[in-house]
Design a binder for this molecule. Structure first.
Ligand code: BT5
Length: 264
């Protein structure tokens, strides 16, 4: 089992403008939880929390994220937005697109985005993103962006219930990946991209996201709380919402939920 090269990481993280502080753990319940705790104690925007293992990794809507030791990238970024507050709804889509571009550049495989927060390979989930925010009065005080990427698991190391739906880079590439180098490449790309998107390039960003999304024009069912909406996936908005054309022709705009796309 490969360990993180902690000295090399610290040395190289210094050169990534987005990152202001780094906390690396052997094991935590959830890097998002740890980042929120650090934030309460005054941690600055740009704080990175990385763990080799999560014992209570979290997905959206109270779900769990399987995060075994030594196998993946489980990390969170604490961001303290000072402006452009309405661009932050796009964050999960910005991150998934940056992940896809970087992974495609590094490995040349057809990784794809899925609305709102996933990176897939051949319809199986390689990565999930969980963005959580806290407000103070009307202002957005902080966002914790948590990213989980399956790197070195073999197929049989996934729990039974995930085997059909999850995938690791090891399965895609047929060999192990150096997690330290991958993390640095991803953080460099996130750091480069975040600022321009937040400074007003949302439309440009959406164009890129669309390029990597194979689901436009497909039938989709979205469950959001106890609402179920179905129709044809037509568009995404600059706020990160999905726009679908319902049976009777009316558009429905949904900001979060679980989307199931019908495969052709
Ligand atoms: C997500 O939720 O996809 C967000 C996952 C975010 C994980 C990161 S790791 C670092 C940071 N700290 C945390 O505690 N979380 C973040 P969602 O869309 O709700 O998907 C969750 C569902 O994905 C689960 O219900 C499972 O079906 C499936 N799943 C769980 N673990 C998985 C894995 N390792 N690979 C692929 N699918 C998984």
């Amino acid at each position: 089992m490969q360990q993180f090269d902690v000295d090399f990481l610290h040395e190289n993280l210094k050169r990534i403008p987005l990152i202001s502080a780094t906390h690396i753990y052997q094991s935590v319940a959830s890097t998002n939880e740890t980042a929120r705790r650090l934030a309460k104690h005054g941690a600055p925007g740009g704080t990175l929390v990385l763990a080799d293992q999560q014992t209570g990794g979290r997905g959206r809507l109270g779900r769990t994220w399987h995060s075994p030791a030594g196998k993946g990238l489980w990390f969170s970024l604490l961001l303290r937005p000072q402006r452009h507050e309405n661009a932050w709804g796009l964050l999960p889509m910005v991150l998934s697109e940056v992940l896809v571009v970087t992974l495609r550049e590094l490995y040349g495989h057809a990784f794809a985005v899925k609305w709102p927060n996933d990176v897939l390979f051949q319809n199986r989930k390689l990565s999930g993103i969980l963005c959580e925010s806290a407000t103070a009065g009307d202002a957005l005080e902080m966002i914790v962006a948590g990213i989980g990427i399956n790197v070195n698991q073999s197929a049989d190391e996934f729990p039974e219930e995930l085997r059909a739906s999850a995938v690791s880079l090891r399965e895609v590439l047929g060999g192990e990946t150096d997690r330290t180098a991958l993390l640095l490449a991803l953080l460099r790309a996130i750091s480069d991209r975040l600022e321009p998107v937040l400074a007003g390039e949302q439309e440009l960003h959406l164009q890129r996201w669309r390029e990597f999304c194979p689901d436009f024009g497909k039938r989709v069912e979205i469950s959001a709380g106890n609402r179920r909406i179905s129709g044809i996936f037509r568009q995404v908005s600059v706020l990160g919402e999905i726009i679908i054309e319902q049976e009777h022709g009316e558009p429905a705009v949904v900001s979060c939920g679980e989307a199931t796309f019908q495969q052709r």
